[in-house]
Design a protein around this ligand. Structure first.
Ligand SMILES: Cc1ncc(COP(=O)(O)O)c(C=O)c1O
Length: 394
């Protein structure tokens, strides 16, 4: 792996580990364990005196390739591949905290992430304060003597709010806390949290990294010291490891990440502009548009728009359902980052467990719809929306 490789090269060649057979495509090492020539060799491996794998829950060659490729892309020193994005989020947060510690998190989080900090962590004596993450003052005001972790996603799901990552990192550094960023919506191509000062980055690799609706996966990335001191033992002993088969699938997926994300972003941006002109649409939120309420922070910390578009229909839930049902190409699904364009109604799916009040706080109304743009032809997608919007009385 070369440090000078640009992302497109890194994503095809980074981390490749060839066996004695010289296979072109990465091998899948579907093995639970590893064998040793002698008892002394086993002892040395367990003592950490020799390099090598011990047990697939700890690490294995295909996963190692995936982790190294992700490290190269992210500019991280080390990583651990997990079975899902939620396994990555949970591990990244819990591995570094103990009873009596305090988390400050943005309230605009993916539902399961919010459950981890709001419901799960307090069961183990870890307090959590949720804030409107758009305003740095709110982060500062929530700091307590025992604050150890700041947790955020940016842009957020589904209303594409932005958190100033460098600003939060500055506050965290003043008190020796760690910033964990869920970078799923931005993708590793458009936002580099570690360069902005965050300490830990997590992904649901299920989204853009696979990007073809095949398997679940996640990854936690950070510096070697943090991983050695916090994640290493947690990961070995609680067992969130990714299957080597999924690591292989994700290695294939990630090769085409820049191509897919470029086409998805082009489609998302064109559809956002089209929707903004339609009489049935009350508002469009898209990080690549000048009318995004936080366009200044976007310009500071992101190098691309988004593959996602959030918009609100004037006709509320009825209009949202009619639109979704009338689309032919765009498919109803709560997944995102896929080659297929996917649409979802957050109030009745991804965010249905929130109270009406919490949804209102997050800007999710009955008419809010989230689109994840795929790689289809842009004109076909716009024609699909034009036709489906025609089925809604304005
Ligand atoms: C922002 C965000 N974080 C984490 C996750 C969880 O990922 P997974 O479904 O791979 O566990 C999701 C899934 O939708 C997500 O959107």
């Amino acid at each position: 792996m070369s440090k000078t490789w640009r992302p497109a090269t890194q994503l095809v060649h980074g981390g490749t580990l060839r066996s004695q057979y010289g296979e072109m495509s990465e091998a899948i090492y579907l093995t639970q364990g590893f064998v040793y020539d002698t008892s002394e060799a086993a002892e040395a491996r367990f003592k950490g005196e020799t390099e090598g794998f011990i047990y697939a829950r700890y690490g294995s060659p295909t996963n190692d390739m995936f982790e190294k490729r992700m490290c190269g892309l992210e500019g991280a020193e080390d990583a651990r591949a997990t079975a899902s994005g939620m396994a990555a989020v949970t591990a990244a947060i819990l591995c570094q905290l103990k009873a009596g510690d305090h988390i400050v998190a943005a309230r605009a989080l993916f539902g399961s992430c919010r459950w981890v900090v709001e419901t799960l962590a307090p069961k183990y004596g870890i307090e959590c304060t949720l804030v409107d993450g758009r305003n740095l003052e709110n982060w500062e005001k929530a700091i307590q003597k025992n604050t150890k972790v700041f947790f955020l996603e940016s842009p957020t799901n589904p209303t594409l709010e932005i958190v100033d990552i460098a600003g939060v990192a500055k506050l965290a550094n003043q008190i020796g806390a760690k910033v964990v960023v869920d970078n799923v919506f931005a993708t590793p191509l458009f936002q580099k949290p570690l360069e902005l000062g965050a300490h830990i980055v997590v992904y649901s690799a299920t989204k853009h990294i696979d990007g073809q609706g095949r398997c679940l996966g996640g990854v936690v990335l950070s510096d070697k010291k943090w991983i050695d001191e916090n994640l290493h033992d947690y990961f070995r002993h609680t067992g969130p490891a990714m299957s080597p088969f999924n690591a292989w699938t994700l290695l294939k997926g990630i090769e085409t990440l820049p191509l897919r994300v470029a086409q998805q972003t082009k489609n998302a941006s064109k559809i956002a502009d089209f929707l903004a002109e339609q009489k049935q649409v009350a508002r469009v939120i898209y990080p690549g548009r000048a009318d995004h309420p936080q366009a200044d922070i976007i310009a500071k910390q992101m190098t691309g728009g988004s593959t996602l578009v959030c918009f609100e229909l004037k006709g509320g839930k009825e209009a949202a359902f009619k639109l979704q049902n009338a689309l032919d190409i765009v498919t109803i699904s709560n997944n995102l980052g896929d080659t297929r364009s996917l649409i979802t109604h957050p109030a009745t799916t991804t965010h249905k467990n929130l109270t009406d009040e919490a949804r209102t706080e997050l800007g999710i109304s009955p008419g809010t719809v989230r689109l994840s743009a795929g790689i289809e032809d842009t004109d076909d997608l716009i024609e699909d929306f034009a036709k489906a919007l025609g089925s809604i009385a304005s």
